[in-house]
Design a protein around this ligand. Structure first.
Ligand code: COA
Ligand code: AMP
Length: 641
């Protein structure tokens, strides 16, 4: 147990751990059920736990219909703000119900049934939320794929999820211009081995997409004649969605979320963490393709009857670094959520806060940051400029909602720079050494969570229970391995410092270095590749690739680098932000052939490192240091300790 927490928090946390069934049964009262559960927590198949087994409910009913029935039909459910298309409008709960039930009717008419998968590859438009909710309405399992991923990544997810239907759009709109989505979808469907019968395409006015007869249907035409469909009662344990996230290999992990536990946990978090209740305005400036978008653009705010703001734009350049502040003021946003990288971008473009002048932010109560560690400089800058509580909180695609946070709607505790504060009720966080022994306060170790995880967290990986166990549960039996390393201080505050695997975090986006390496090795000139994440002032980390060329390759460095960057962009997508690559004669390896990525990362980031005892050829580190220095990363002065 946390020892030095504030008393009210520590009592709440203790009750969630000591009496989980009672705690979550109380929380479940915020959700409408068709019939109650037989058991709050079923641990008979541990380490697979089932929350609210036997209970029947529907997530869409809880997020939409019940608010209309309760008389909130005229309240705005979604405020849509798209500076890149110069569009702003609100959608009431009644309108949302009409849109979602008709789209569900279309799905039903083409034969999409409970348990079928539906892939959603769409930009930040309200139709993306309609699509998710329509799936939830009929029990189809959605899988949203982020628009910044390339065709090949989409194909991998299509082959894993095997959808009956794909919902997509003609284009997304980025500051750099219109991004055609339909050719990416067509190419993904060609690459995938799974055959998709139906595609519903939203044609946006910025770019019309040609439709393929027999497979593609225009969105408006498809829903025009569809019947309104009611919510289908589902088991709390039925899957709601699959969300793919980067693992250490090129094959993404399909995180599975259930219906009942998810609704209960998100509703609890909206109130206790984000201090958001019915009628409040909440804005998570993320993308629906990420877990933040799933939980806190779509489901969380709607489950509690709040107004959610959906934003198609960037923190800067659309049109300027004042965009966030003006929108918060205009839409009376009470709690705002973004990533530290967005704050760093604003700080870079408006260091003195000129764009805050004259903007009335009195309605804004809290700013939440997540997606990557919030470095103290960024925290202090934004605290100073906004004069509001800035709340770092830590979570992952897998957990679906915060693991460590400051409960701003319950009993806020002091903010400590660099820390996401305390374990959230339901999560028993421990910091352990390689043997699984808890380390002392202020000592670093692997951050693990004692099983069972609370409601709303992943139930398994899609059709791959073994990978779920191998990835998360086998290293420390009885515990979930978060993949993050950090420490707790004397007051029990958690500090998340780095990943323990080959995942990197680029502008709050989680990417696998293994996937980058696979792609680089596809190039005919490349014999071997290593990719590491190096520190970046704006994006937190960026990928840096080092390649060993095949013998006899005849190409200039510039030519090769351009080809490799283009290849990564084509295969992974623009979101990879891959701009740093160099050829080297040899990579540093252990005698058993393992590439020493951690050592290279320390050299690049100017951190002290130990000469690995098992290194095959110590001279390779000099090669790497010289290359990284030439690329502007390593400082030749840093010594081996
Ligand atoms: N569809 C298509 N392309 C997309 C896309 C989408 N949904 N999202 C991003 N891209 C493209 C961008 O256009 C850009 O392409 P470019 O190389 O042609 O310019 C590339 O992917 C990288 O985009 P991004 O990561 O947004 O970087 P940026 O340099 O354009 O902007 C920031 C930098 C910091 C402003 C931006 O990363 C940002 O707003 N970050 C916030 C992150 C966030 O919300 N994370 C979610 C976790 S909470
Ligand atoms: P994702 O699954 O994309 O949400 O990425 C989750 C990972 O991002 C975590 O495992 C951490 O490595 C990192 N992360 C997210 N939020 C924080 C935070 N507040 N502090 C430190 N790291 C974070």
């Amino acid at each position: 147990m946390e020892c030095n927490m504030d008393n009210k928090n520590s009592q709440l946390h203790a009750s969630s751990i000591n009496y989980p069934s009672h705690f979550w049964a109380q929380a479940a009262k915020s959700i409408d059920w068709y019939s109650a559960w037989d058991q709050v927590l079923d641990d008979s198949e541990a380490p697979f736990y089932h929350w609210f087994k036997g209970g029947m409910m529907n997530t869409c009913f809880n997020a939409v219909d019940r608010h209309v029935l309760a008389g909130r039909g005229e309240q705005i459910a979604i405020d849509y703000v798209s500076p890149v298309t110069d569009t702003e409008y609100g959608i009431t709960y009644a309108e949302l119900q009409a849109q979602v039930s008709r789209l569900a009717g279309y799905m039903d008419a083409i034969g999409v049934k409970k348990g079928d998968r539906v892939v959603i590859y769409m930009p930040m438009v309200p139709e993306t939320a309609f699509a998710m909710l329509a799936c939830a309405r009929i029990g189809a399992i959605h899988s949203v794929v982020f628009g910044g991923f390339a065709a090949n990544e989409l194909a991998t997810r299509i082959d894993d999820a095997k959808p009956k239907l794909i919902l997509s759009a003609s284009c997304g709109v980025e500051p750099s211009g219109v991004v055609a989505y339909k050719p990416l979808l067509d190419s993904a469907l060609e690459q995938a081995t799974h055959r998709v019968e139906h595609c519903l395409i939203l044609n946006r006015s910025q770019l019309e997409a040609p439709l393929q007869a027999g497979r593609d249907v225009d969105w408006q035409t498809g829903v025009a004649t569809a019947a309104n469909i009611d919510c289908v009662p589902l088991a709390a344990t039925d899957p709601l969605y699959i969300l793919y996230t980067s693992g250490t290999t090129g094959q993404p992990k399909g995180v599975v979320r259930d219906n009942g536990g998810h609704s209960v946990a998100l509703a609890w978090s909206m109130k206790h963490i984000y201090d958001i209740n019915a009628g409040d305005s909440f804005w998570a400036a993320s993308d629906v393709g990420w877990v933040v978008g799933h939980s806190y653009i779509v489901y969380g705010p709607l489950l509690v009857g709040a107004t959610t703001l959906m934003y198609e734009g960037k923190p800067i350049g659309t049109p300027d670094p004042g965009a966030f502040w003006r929108i918060i003021a205009q839409y009376k946003v009470k709690s705002f959520f973004t990533a530290p990288t967005a704050i760093r971008a604003i700080k870079r473009d408006d260091p003195n806060g000129k764009y805050l002048e004259g903007v009335d932010l009195t309605g804004l109560k809290n700013v939440f940051l997540a997606g990557e560690r919030c470095d103290p400089d960024t925290l202090h800058w934004v605290e100073g400029k906004l004069q509001k509580p800035i709340i770092d909180h830590w979570w992952q695609t897998e957990t679906g909602w915060p693991v460590a946070a400051n409960l701003m709607g319950y009993a806020p505790v002091a903010v400590k720079a660099g820390s996401p504060a305390l374990a959230v009720p339901g999560y028993q966080i421990e910091v352990v050494d390689m043997m699984g022994e808890q380390v002392a306060a202020n000592e670093s170790g692997n951050v693990v969570i004692k099983l069972p995880l609370p409601p709303g967290t992943l139930t398994t990986l899609w059709q791959n229970e073994q990978r779920y166990i191998d990835s998360y549960l086998s290293m420390y039996p009885g515990y979930y391995l978060s993949g993050d390393a950090g420490y707790k201080d004397d007051d029990g505050y958690l500090y998340i410092m780095s990943r323990i695997d080959d995942i990197i975090n680029v502008a709050g986006h989680r990417l696998s270095t293994g996937r980058f390496e696979e792609v680089l090795c596809q190039h005919e000139a490349v014999a071997e590749a290593a990719v590491i994440g190096v520190e970046d002032a704006l994006k937190g980390q960026v990928p840096l690739g080092l390649v060993v060329l095949k013998k006899g390759v005849n190409t200039t460095e510039q030519e090769l680098n351009e080809q490799l960057m283009a290849l990564v962009r084509k295969e992974i997508g623009p979101v990879a932000s891959f701009r740093l690559v160099s050829a080297v004669q040899k990579l540093p390896k252990t005698r058993s052939g393992k590439i020493l990525r951690g050592t290279m990362r320390n050299i690049a980031d100017n951190k002290k490192y130990n000469m690995p005892a098992t290194i095959e050829d110590p001279a390779t580190l000099d090669i790497i240091r010289n290359t990284l220095t030439r690329m502007g990363y390593a400082d030749a002065q840093v010594k081996v300790s």
